[in-house]
Design a protein around this ligand. Structure first.
Ligand code: SAM
Length: 291
């Protein structure tokens, strides 16, 4: 009889067997609650036709559940000691490939093409290493990959930023970047007791579904540049942040004024008051002024 890896006793036994302890620097908190793992697989709607990308398989608790449900799993793990453990724990599954690599340095479109075929659609599933939640999300969204959904565990505080309402404290660059590409929904709230070791923050599983942006801009990176510049000093007005970005010369000030007028946005407003549509309008108006 197969005992799931996601079991408090088996998890501790595996760590003991290899003389390992969870490494803080790699954000290692292993899931030991099978019902949470089933919840994740269900939220991602994994079927036997699916190609799945996993980030940070650890000792394989989630990977195992994915392997049982999916066609193929491609997992990226930075810790060589975990990769050794995985060779053992995932031995029963022949549809899993573990790559020892830093996910932030992976050329995802290339890896997907190599493993699953050019342009293959994927689902991305992970219990993320919390110390790099934001950079990983940014990479996934901005990388040119075809994804059906992204279902990822993160700290609750970051989850709240993903679908924060305009004007709230949690609303910011991350909210707007995600909003351009995806709809974000809180799928599961997860207590610290579901992990070994228990993290000292609350956790949540978020499901992202792809959106065709209401307004597709030719160079989204430049739109995000405007968003970032506008939030660089949260407490300051849009006007002050823009002077900092573009300069304070009279001709520049005039262009900024023209753009704001054209966009119908008051210079005194703070960035946190603008939604994605308003930022897009502002960005296009700035472009029209040559900024
Ligand atoms: N998936 C396992 C589970 O749910 O029990 C482990 C999740 S643990 C929160 C995060 C995992 O990500 C760890 O195995 C850690 O070593 C790995 N990791 C950390 N930084 C990484 C990076 N830059 N690239 C790939 N994996 C990373």
């Amino acid at each position: 009889e197969i005992i799931d890896i996601a079991n408090p006793i088996r998890t501790q036994a595996i760590l003991n067997q290899y003389g390992l302890r969870a490494k803080k620097k790699f954000g290692q908190n292993f899931l030991t609650d099978l019902s949470v793992l089933h919840g994740i697989v269900d939220a991602a709607e994994i079927t036997a036709d699916d190609y799945v990308i996993e980030i940070g398989p650890g000792i394989g608790a989630l990977t195992e559940q994915l392997a049982r449900a999916a066609k193929q799993v491609l997992a990226f793990e930075i810790d060589p000691q975990m990769v050794k453990v995985l060779a053992d724990t995932l031995h029963p599954y022949d549809n899993v490939k573990v790559v020892e690599q830093d996910i932030l340095k992976v050329d995802l479109p290339q890896m997907i093409a190599d493993e699953f075929g050019t342009g293959a659609r994927v689902k991305v599933v992970a219990n993320l290493p919390y110390y790099i939640t934001t950079p990983i999300l940014m990479q996934l969204l901005r990388a040119n990959i075809a994804w059906d959904n992204i279902v990822v565990m993160m700290q609750r505080e970051v989850a709240d930023r993903l679908n924060a309402a305009v004007g709230t404290k949690a609303y910011g660059v991350l909210t707007l970047t995600v909003a351009y590409f995806a709809q974000a929904k809180l799928a599961i709230q997860v207590p610290a007791a579901a992990f070994n070791p228990a993290p000292n923050v609350d956790s949540a599983v978020v499901k992202l579904t792809p959106l065709t942006p209401a307004t597709v801009v030719a160079q989204p990176e430049r739109l995000f540049g405007v968003v970032k510049g506008s939030f660089s000093h949260r407490r300051k007005s849009l006007w002050n942040n823009m002077l900092q970005t573009y300069g304070k010369d009279a001709p520049v000030k005039e262009k900024i004024t023209n753009a704001l007028t054209a966009a119908g946005i008051a210079p005194s407003v703070r960035a946190e008051r603008l939604d994605l549509a308003e930022f897009t309008t502002l960005y296009l108006a700035l472009r029209a002024e040559g900024l």
